[in-house]
Design a protein around this ligand. Structure first.
Ligand code: NAP
Length: 274
């Protein structure tokens, strides 16, 4: 129930109707007994500045930022966390008494699903397919953890640009989709950071099944459907398969922690995933 002390959280993006965030956050806030309300706001690009002024004026404690505003929002903020600065994208804004600080929790959510399975990254070779916003968070997470990363993308120049962005942090090479087989021969981790395989194209996979082999960890950022064709192929070939829902839940939990100061445990994540 809301009262005069209820604080407001939300999501800004365009569109927002498809988002799972209102359900996820409302569930976790209620479970923790926190007096917050979380709403989705469709904000067209032209209204982004006004929306953030409104956030300051109304004392909205925080928002998630989704497509297409994760980069466009940056000029309107007062400061960025080091990770958001490095990744070049913001998915969480915290309002500290009128000062808006941008964070990126996608990379932390990505790592948590590996960490919870005891998958170590230091010195491991990883291949990331895709070079968009999600890939930037993934590459940052991997190089920060000491992995050696190869980025392959349909448009090779974007893979090159992404590799260059993070090359000061660690080992990042790049290529086109035709380089996938060669990079995968040595890799221990494969990450799909493209929308290929997402509903309504759930019969597609970004990686031919015959390139998957036993022992490979296959992590698909796509969460709709929860089990993609890539993950099914991976399971059939003896790979450890991880779907995108966990990353979604963990990045959301990290955002809630930044806004509320409340610490959520593994049992909260597990119940949200049910
Ligand atoms: N689980 C989570 O918490 C989470 C978080 C963030 C994102 N995601 C998911 O990650 C995926 C990527 O999101 P994003 O924000 O990075 O998108 P984005 O910025 O639009 O980037 C999309 C990337 O996928 C590539 N791509 C698109 N269609 C392709 C196709 N048919 N064949 C090969 N490559 C293709 C693009 O290649 P080009 O450069 O050639 O266009 C680009 O590199 C989405 O499915 C999103 O839902 C999941």
């Amino acid at each position: 129930m809301t009262d005069s002390r209820t604080r407001l959280l939300g999501l800004i993006g365009d569109p927002v109707e498809h988002s799972l965030s209102p359900c996820l956050h409302s569930f976790l806030l209620a479970r923790a007994g926190l007096n917050y309300c979380y709403l989705a706001f469709r904000v067209p690009e032209a209204s982004l500045g006004e929306a953030l002024s409104g956030m300051r004026a109304l004392g909205i404690r925080g928002v998630n930022v989704t497509i297409p505003h994760k980069e466009a929002v940056i000029p309107f903020l007062d400061e960025l966390s080091p990770a958001a600065e490095a990744i070049g994208a913001v998915n969480v804004i915290v309002n500290e008494a009128g000062r808006l600080r941008g964070h990126n929790t996608d990379w932390e959510g990505f790592l948590k699903a590996l960490d919870s399975r005891g998958v170590g990254l230091c010195g491991r070779k990883a291949v990331v397919v895709g070079a968009g916003g999600a890939a930037a968070a993934v590459v940052y997470a991997l190089v920060s953890s000491g992995a050696e990363v190869a980025v392959v993308n349909r448009t090779p120049s974007r893979a090159r640009a992404l590799a260059r962005r993070f090359s000061s942090l660690g080992s990042v090479t790049h290529g086109g989709l035709h380089d996938l087989a060669a990079f995968l021969q040595e890799a221990e981790l494969l990450v799909n950071a493209t929308p290929v395989g997402m509903t309504p194209h759930a019969e597609e996979s970004p990686v031919p099944a015959d390139l998957l082999r036993e022992g490979l960890v296959v992590y698909d950022l796509v969460y709709n459907p929860p089990e993609t064709k890539l993950l099914r192929d991976a399971g059939e070939r003896g790979c450890l398969a991880i779907g995108g829902l966990e990353m979604l839940v963990y990045q959301g939990i990290r955002a809630l922690e930044l806004w509320t100061g409340h610490r959520f445990g593994d049992e909260d994540a597990a119940s949200a995933l049910k």
